[in-house]
Structures are given as structure tokens and as C-alpha cells.
Design a protein around this ligand. Structure first.
Ligand code: FAD
Length: 278
């Protein structure tokens, strides 16, 4: 498993208690020996400071850290300043995104799409950063068509990305087909699968509604049937997601990125079942 890249994502905590809790979560997840920890970024800059602080904490603890950077609502000057800050702190990876502006947020900023951000990062900082971009095996919800989305993805990679991380999905065929189409379009970067553990039915439905990830009917019905029985939801979720990861690994996925939601238990359970640290 060692030649594959396994990474874990956090969001920046908003309170001192949240910071404390994330530190404890990180200590547990660090035992799994992931390649790096990434930290999300609120579009419009809402969590910009939190992203930097969390990333620096991770680095101080001796782990590789990758800040996410979303460009919507930003200016060339503001993005340049963030890149310089990361560079001067020895950060070598970044996950480059367009992001989504919170509703009611007026200014669209100077970047329209993630490919413009990738181009800008390369123009400003050369090869300093290893750049990852987002990929959507089930299509980005705003795309005109899957073909259009694929072309936009290819453009973004050609702008200078080293790799991609997917939105989460529960249908392995969607991933394999997407990865195939990307190769046929002449792009050969690793497409790491984004993995969302299943621990909470209503939260999963809410997220999936927003980001366009499909929850297959049989999974949805089964989860709904458990009602408030969180132990059964977690046990079923662990089985389903373990099965998904096993298929992905058997099919040659180059890596997996775990959306931890700042919780250690579900990611640890998956990691151990799959023996990923071996
Ligand atoms: P883009 O690649 O710019 O694509 C956005 C849409 O525009 C797509 O429909 C695409 O087909 C279309 N498009 C792209 N380029 C062009 C073009 N040149 N012309 C016309 N149309 C185009 N959001 C955050 O706010 N913070 C985070 O930290 C964060 N982390 C994420 C991490 C991962 C791994 C993933 C998968 C998503 C993450 N997101 C995050 C969510 C992401 O910001 C949203 O999905 C957003 O709507 C799109 O971002 P993108 O970088 O994929 O955009």
C-alpha cells in the first residue's frame, strides 16, 4: 500500500474548544501515518486565517500539510499574499479550487474558474507548489454536461496541476469511467478518490444535496431504516465504504483522500479494516 497516497482532510475550527478537539483528533489520525493532512478554505476568505493557523500547527507537529485555496471572491493581490505566506512558511502543497461564494456575498473577484487560479499559482511561484485540483466523477452540479465538465477539468490540469482529488461518491464505476475518460483526453495525472465515511444520515443527505454526490437508493433506504440507531448507521456505513475502497484499490486507484470532518473514529476504522498503513 505504501506506494499509494493516503491523505486526510480537516476544516479549520472556529473556537478554541474546536482547536483543542482537532489537536486530539490529529494526534490519533497521525498514528495512521497519512501522506499529508489538508485543511479547507472558506470561499470569500471567511476561514483564511483559520486555514493558515491550522496548517502551521500541523507543520509544527512534524506532518506535511496542504492548505486548500479557493479563488472566488479573491483578487490577484490577496491570493499572491496568501501564496507568499505559505511559501515563506515552507508549505509545498496546495489544493487549488474555485470555491463557492456564500449566498449574499456580492463580489465575484478577479478569478472565474480554478484553471485561472492554477495558472496564476504557476506564474507566481513556478514549481514551488505541488498543486491538486478537484474532480467530479458524477459531474460538478453547475456543469452544462459531463463532456463540458471533462473538458473544463482537462483545461484545469493542463494549466499546471500535478494531481486531482475527487468529490466523494459511492459508485466505483463512476470513478473508473471518469478516470478512463480523462486518460483518453490525454491527461495523465493521479486522480485520488475522495472518500466520505458514513456516520450520520441527515448530514450526509444535506452535503450530498449541495455538492451533487449521489447516494444510491439502496444505501439511502437502508440508512433511513435505522432511524436514530447511530451504531447501526455507523456499522453499515463502515461496511459500505470499506467495500467501495476495496473495489477502488483492486482497480488501481493511485490514492485516497479521507474527508474526516474533524472526527478520528470513522477514518481510523476504515484505515484499519483496509490495512492502509501497512
Ligand atoms: P472549477 O474547476 O472552476 O469548476 C467549477 C464549474 O465551472 C464546473 O461546473 C466546471 O465545469 C465549470 N468550469 C470550469 N472551468 C471553466 C471555464 N474555463 N469556462 C467555463 N466553465 C468552466 N470549496 C471551498 O470553498 N473550500 C474548500 O476548501 C474546498 N475543498 C474542496 C476539496 C475537494 C477535493 C473538492 C472536490 C471540492 C472542494 N471544495 C471546496 C468545493 C469546490 O470549491 C466546489 O465544488 C466549487 O463549486 C467548484 O470548485 P472547482 O475548483 O472544482 O471549480
Amino acid at each position: 500500500m505504501k506506494q499509494k497516497n493516503f491523505s486526510i482532510e480537516f476544516f479549520p475550527p472556529k473556537t478554541p474548544e474546536g482547536e483543542e478537539k482537532l489537536r486530539a483528533t490529529r494526534a490519533k489520525l497521525a498514528e495512521l501515518n497519512p501522506k499529508y493532512f489538508s485543511v479547507t478554505f472558506g470561499a470569500g476568505g471567511s476561514t483564511q486565517k483559520g486555514t493558515l493557523e491550522t496548517v502551521l500547527d500541523i507543520k509544527r507537529e512534524g506532518h506535511e500539510a496542504a492548505p486548500h485555496l479557493s479563488c472566488v471572491g479573491g483578487t490577484r493581490e490577496s491570493i499572491r499574499a496568501i501564496l507568499q505566506e505559505y511559501k515563506s512558511n515552507g508549505i509545498r502543497r496546495v489544493v487549488a479550487l474555485r470555491g463557492d461564494l456564500p449566498s449574499g456575498y456580492g463580489a465575484a473577484g478577479e478569478f472565474r474558474y480554478a484553471n485561472e487560479l492554477v495558472e496564476f499559482i504557476r506564474a507566481e511561484t513556478g514549481d514551488w507548489f505541488h498543486i491538486e485540483v478537484a474532480a467530479y466523477p458524477e459531474m460538478h452540479p453547475q456543469a452544462k454536461s459531463p463532456q463540458d465538465d471533462l473538458q473544463n477539468f482537462v483545461r484545469k490540469v493542463k494549466a499546471g496541476a500535478n494531481a486531482a482529488i475527487t468529490q466523494y461518491f459511492y459508485n466505483a464505476d463512476a470513478y473508473f469511467r471518469f478516470a478512463d475518460e480523462v486518460r483518453k483526453a490525454g491527461v495523465d495525472v493521479p486522480i485520488v478518490a475522495g472518500i466520505m465515511p458514513i456516520t450520520n444520515y441527515s448530514q450526509l443527505m444535506r452535503f450530498s444535496e449541495m455538492c451533487g454526490a449521489e447516494i444510491p437508493r439502496w444505501i439511502r433506504l437502508k440508512l433511513a431504516s435505522f432511524g436514530d440507531d447511530t451504531e447501526s448507521i455507523k456499522a453499515f456505513g463502515l461496511d459500505v465504504v470499506t467495500g467501495l475502497c476495496e473495489r477502488l484499490l483492486a482497480g488501481g486507484v493511485p490514492g485516497m483522500h479521507f474527508y474526516s470532518l474533524n472526527q478520528a473514529a470513522a477514518t481510523t476504522a476504515l484505515w484499519k479494516r483496509l490495512n492502509l498503513s501497512a
